[in-house]
Design a protein around this ligand. Structure first.
Ligand code: FE
Length: 372
């Protein structure tokens, strides 16, 4: 940059009257100093610009702990997964984002193929996070890391549904469950990832037939979030719902009498314990393609794999930590695993990256079978 400015100054000196030259040089110098100060500010690695789709209040404590430990201040932008990806695309090279946190495998995969992430080379992260939960490692590094998992399970009304009628995902499409099923929109990333996983386990043709069967089993058109499905199962509007585990755990840990009443009526099944296992989705993070505070970004990602951060995920938001060797002690997660295989419940073992990759063909299936 300096060389260019000096060249401009020399050019001015030779070709233009002195007054005009001085004026232009001053403008150039001012522009240069402004640029230097902006870049010094942007790359000081004392601040970290975080775009986060994790909308969980307990994460505040996690960010505060990071700042206390490292002295690096976090500027946070909160939006949902789609909003963050759109913003990164729109901002391009001028994006201030250093780290991105997303809450779904399909979205992480989308960010990866759209070229929004920078590869990270970190022995600490490669050692701590199992390959199943990260993007495929390349010689340049790894594009994203999953830091916590959540299972996508079945919630059923204990009074009207037998547990053995809903202990596989496949049975959600069985005629015996006609008029009982409620889910959020099929196109929601949590469902796209579940359906993408199912298509990996049983193949595309069977998955499409399965989705069609689910559509004809619906008690109502898909709407609302996971918690709405749980409440509808308890009220009897639906008998069977599909939900991420942390929504169940939140209700189980709630002090409100109405939430306790809901969970009294609801049974929980971790499906497919005797076949390919329960579907796991992830929440994960990546360094932004155009990150300025790269050192701070890697530090933050490494921090998320540390025991204290992993404990925040597990205890605060009722998720399972991905880092190797972590023990969790979450009463709600423990309680919901009673009768579901305990701490060693069978989870699927396919890579999260493959689950994300299947979202496009799954969306096409949803359109064909009319799954709203
Ligand atoms: Fe969620």
């Amino acid at each position: 940059m300096r060389i260019v400015i000096i060249y401009v100054m020399l050019g001015s000196f030779l070709l233009q009257p002195v007054a005009s030259m001085i004026k232009k040089s001053l403008v150039s110098l001012l522009a240069l100093s402004a640029l230097v100060s902006v870049s010094a500010q942007a790359q000081d690695n004392k601040t970290l610009n975080l775009y986060s789709a994790r909308h969980y209040s307990t994460d505040e404590a996690l960010y505060a702990d990071f700042t206390k430990t490292t002295g690096i201040k976090i500027n946070r932008v909160d939006a949902d997964d789609a909003g963050i990806l759109n913003r990164l695309r729109a901002e391009g090279t001028s994006s201030p984002a250093d780290v991105i946190l997303l809450v779904d495998a399909a979205r992480l995969w989308r960010g990866e193929i759209d070229g929004l992430f920078a590869p990270v080379k970190s022995k600490l992260l490669d050692d701590a996070i199992p390959a199943q939960f990260s993007a495929k490692a390349t010689p340049e590094g790894t594009l994203w890391f999953g830091f916590s998992t959540r299972a996508r399970v079945v919630a059923f009304n204990k009074a009207s549904v037998k547990r053995e009628d809903v202990d596989t995902y496949e049975e959600l499409a069985d005629a015996k469950n006609k008029g009982k099923l409620c889910t959020r929109s099929g196109s929601h990333p949590y469902n796209l990832s579940l359906f993408g996983a199912v298509s990996e386990h049983i193949g595309a043709a069977k998955t499409e037939a399965w989705l069609k069967g689910m559509v004809s089993n619906m008690a109502r058109d898909p709407k609302g979030g996971d918690t709405d499905q749980i409440r509808a199962v308890a009220s009897g509007e639906c008998a069977i719902g599909v939900t991420n585990t942390y929504y169940l755990a939140r209700l189980m840990r709630s002090d409100k009498a109405e939430d306790k009443a809901v969970m009294d009526k609801v049974g929980i099944v971790f499906p497919n314990q005797s076949s390919w296992g329960t579907h796991l989705n992830i929440s994960g993070g990546a360094m932004a393609k155009n990150a300025k505070n790269r050192e701070a970004a890697v530090k933050f990602l490494e921090y998320l794999a540390s025991p204290s951060a992993q404990k925040y995920f597990a205890d605060g938001n009722n998720e399972w930590p991905t880092a190797k060797g972590m023990k969790i002690d979450n009463p709600a997660l423990k309680a919901m695993l009673v009768g579901n295989g305990g701490d060693n419940f069978k989870a699927e073992t396919i890579p999260s990256s493959v689950i994300g990759m299947n979202q496009v063909k799954v969306q096409q299936m949803l359109d064909r079978v009319g799954y709203k």
